[in-house]
Design a protein around this ligand. Structure first.
Ligand code: UD1
Length: 416
């Protein structure tokens, strides 16, 4: 397994291009099971989760190849089984459930794994698909789904689940009749999926609001679609500029989906100026403490919680971070503490005493975004930080060290 070695203390300077969004690319790639014609995707990030998805699509019979930021898919004879070996490494594999039921009327998908950040059940996906006429059984760790053609339904989500909304969008576009999703997720990545489906001929209204209306069509055609930029990677680079007291130009920064983040970062004293598609970020003075609560979009994203906590550690004053989306998403706290952080946990809230000067130490990456918070702390730390088990980091960040090094960071990847 690889590890990262960071010698901190260098203010980052220069320009960095934000990659295509992982969380948009995954559902959109699974959606290519739906059209009858080939599809080309542009701005596809080069990530472990994308490679896993490409392997899974090929197993499912949707011929897919991906290189140099482009993916091409071609419909073939579909196979309904998503095997455990692949699904266990990536929870998003469950997103093949909706498209397989829509195209084949059956699906056998292993119960998902992915980041160990909570129980993360898929009960809301299942209950909603049942309303559309699907039947499910659970056996041997697999979900078996069958249906005799999906039909439109009125679905109210108890919680605006991102993956659930995406699975249902994909199930509903070819269903008979109209489907209404209430309390749907409003994340920009859900909108990107809907826009891709519309470009293929789907009839969808209301994406980006909490009520989405889908009128089923007979078939979808192919298209070429550019994946949106990654707002979580962008937020991570803003934090990297701020924590090192540097200045960065983020190229192709998806600013319009980042209101809650940019507002909190501005409250902390980070200077940000939008220049067309780019964002200029600088941080000269001392960061200030803030209180943050993670929420579904348009609230502050849970996927930037850990990285923001690294910033809180060095800010002036005491900050609080309340996590309301996942019940076990504070695994970075222990490791940040090894670097000198002063954080106390009280239920789902972390109380962060700021003003810390991080000191390099060996640490262990746990989940994807927790790993990013350790990279940030390492960039700011005095001395050498060694981050082990960066497997999760590679799932969501495109070779982060290759993007950081040209900005001045002293960071290398070492094979163990
Ligand atoms: C997606 C993102 C993930 C992000 C999360 C919240 C992808 C590939 N992943 O994950 O990076 O952190 O949104 O913004 O896009 N839940 C249930 N039952 C369900 C579904 C969800 O109880 O059937 C719970 C989950 O356990 C969790 C919460 O709802 O506590 C949020 O889950 P959800 O919005 O579905 O997130 P994901 O789609 O898994």
């Amino acid at each position: 397994m690889d590890k990262l070695i960071i010698e901190g203390g260098v203010p980052l300077r220069g320009a960095v291009r934000i990659s295509g969004s992982k969380n948009a690319a995954l559902p959109i790639l699974f959606a290519s099971i739906l059209p009858d014609e080939p599809v080309t995707f542009l701005n596809v990030p080069n990530l472990r989760d994308i490679h896993t998805t490409v392997r899974l699509l090929n197993i499912l019979g949707c011929e897919t190849e991906c290189s140099d930021g482009a993916a091409h898919t071609r419909p073939g004879a579909l196979n309904p089984e998503a095997p455990y070996d692949l699904v266990k490494t990536m929870r998003a594999s469950v997103l093949c459930l909706g498209p397989l039921l829509a195209r084949l009327g059956k699906a056998k998908v292993a119960l998902p794994g992915g980041c160990a950040i909570g129980a993360r059940p898929v009960d809301l996906h299942i209950a909603a698909l049942e309303k559309m006429g699907a039947k499910f059984e659970l056996e041997g760790g697999y979900i078996y789904g069958t249906c005799r053609g999906l039909r439109g339904a009125h679905i109210h989500f108890d919680f605006p689940t991102v993956g659930g909304t995406e699975n249902l969008l994909m199930a509903a576009v070819l269903a008979k009749g109209e489907t209404v999703l209430e309390n749907a997720a409003r994340e920009p990545e859900v909108v990107d999926l809907a826009q891709f489906l519309v470009r293929c001929g789907a009839d969808i209204e209301g994406q980006g609001t909490s009520v989405i209306r889908i009128r089923g069509v007979k078939e979808l055609h192919g298209c070429t679609y550019p994946i949106m930029a990654d707002r979580i990677e962008a937020g991570t680079f803003i934090a990297a500029a701020a924590i090192t007291g540097g200045e960065l130009l983020l190229k192709q920064c998806p600013v319009e989906g980042m209101d809650a983040v940019l507002t909190k970062f501005a409250d902390m004293g980070i200077e940000m100026i939008q220049e067309g598609e780019n964002l200029r970020v600088a941080c000269e003075g001392q960061l200030q403490a803030v209180d943050v609560t993670t929420q579904p979009y348009p609230g502050f994203p849970t996927d930037l919680q850990a990285q923001t906590m690294a910033l809180m550690c060095v800010a002036l004053g005491t900050s609080t971070m309340k996590e309301t989306i996942f019940e076990n998403r504070f695994m970075h706290v222990q490791e940040l503490t090894r670097l000198g952080a002063d954080i106390r946990l009280s239920g789902n809230t972390a109380i962060v005493r700021g003003g810390v000067e991080f000191k390099g130490a060996p640490v262990m990456a746990s989940d994807l975004r927790a790993s990013a918070s350790l990279v940030l702390a390492g960039l700011a730390a005095d001395g050498v930080t060694e981050i082990q088990r960066i497997y999760h980091l590679d799932r969501g960040y495109e070779r982060i060290e290759d993007k950081l090094r040209p900005l001045g960071a002293r960071i290398v990847r070492v094979k163990e």
